[in-house]
Design a protein around this ligand. Structure first.
Ligand code: 5GP
Length: 262
């Protein structure tokens, strides 16, 4: 039997996957993914959902096929990053929407890298959409929905005991290395990497690993073949801003990504 049974919403027959399969114990359910324990305490199974949320879950919907796109794309990009010396939590993908990952303790920060001004940066600073940011901007947000994921300063990070100056430096360097590798890769796909969010975790030995996912849910991606500011959008902004053709955009991104070997 497969080590994973989809959750009840996907498979009504399996009301409680854990009851049918002792290795599928749900550990944590987030907005876009569910984490299951496996028979190996050092390995977790991530199930990628089609559920989509935006604006701190005030907007909810479904993007058909999103789970598979995000899983396949994350796997491809994690392999690329591993090959370029960035350690990640990826082990492998036993099915099209599940990923086995190394158990880590998640650092409660969202690390955002921006190459071009968009989204909250424009809303909060008045910078014009599309302004190039060189060198790229690295920002730290507290991963806390109840507080609305506030932007943190390095002093706040220190005061809150979230990261020492050395750890902040390590996160910044890893995020910038990821940006370098991904920007070049997406460029080869005819896509501009505008900005993205990363999450990190610490493994049992204290090593920092790139965790979570890299997908159109977590990146802003603009089609270089389109100049129209709405038509060029290939990411979750299509859902956030009701631009339509969300599924087609996700599939197009995946096709282009998988067409480039790692
Ligand atoms: P912004 O701060 O402009 O809303 O987001 C910057 C980048 O980080 C965008 O690519 C956005 O998709 C990603 N991002 C920021 N916060 C989150 C979050 O809570 N969830 C997801 N999926 N992406 C986020």
């Amino acid at each position: 039997m497969n080590a994973f049974e989809p959750p009840a919403a996907e498979n009504p027959a399996a009301e409680n996957p854990a009851a049918e399969n002792p290795v599928a114990q749900k550990r944590y359910e987030g907005k876009a993914k569910i984490l299951y324990a496996t028979d190996d305490p050092e390995v977790l199974l991530t199930y990628f959902k089609d559920d989509a949320t935006a604006f701190n879950a005030q907007k909810r919907g479904t993007i058909s096929g999103k789970g598979e796109v995000n899983c396949a794309m994350s796997q491809h990009l994690f392999r690329l990053l591993e090959a370029q010396g960035v350690p990640t939590h990826l082990i492998d993908c036993p099915t099209s929407n599940t990923m086995r990952v190394r158990r880590v303790s998640i650092v409660p920060l969202e690390v955002v890298v921006r190459n071009i001004a968009a989204g909250s940066l424009c809303q909060q600073t008045g910078l014009e959409l599309g302004t190039p940011l060189s060198p790229p901007l690295v920002e730290f947000y507290l991963k806390n929905d109840a507080l609305g994921d506030p932007l943190l300063t390095e002093d706040r990070l220190r005061v809150m005991g979230l990261a020492t100056p050395d750890q902040v430096q390590q996160l910044r360097e890893m995020a910038l290395r990821v940006n370098q590798v991904l920007s070049e890769f997406f460029n080869q796909c005819g896509i501009t990497l505008v900005d993205f969010k990363l999450e990190f975790g610490v493994d049992g030995t204290g090593k920092l690993l790139l965790a979570d996912e890299i997908s159109p849910d977590t990146c802003r991606l603009w089609n270089q073949a389109e100049s129209d500011p709405n038509r060029r959008v290939m990411d979750k902004d299509r859902f956030r801003r009701d631009l339509g053709d969300v599924e087609a955009a996700y599939q197009q991104v995946l096709q282009r990504v998988l067409a480039q070997s790692v």
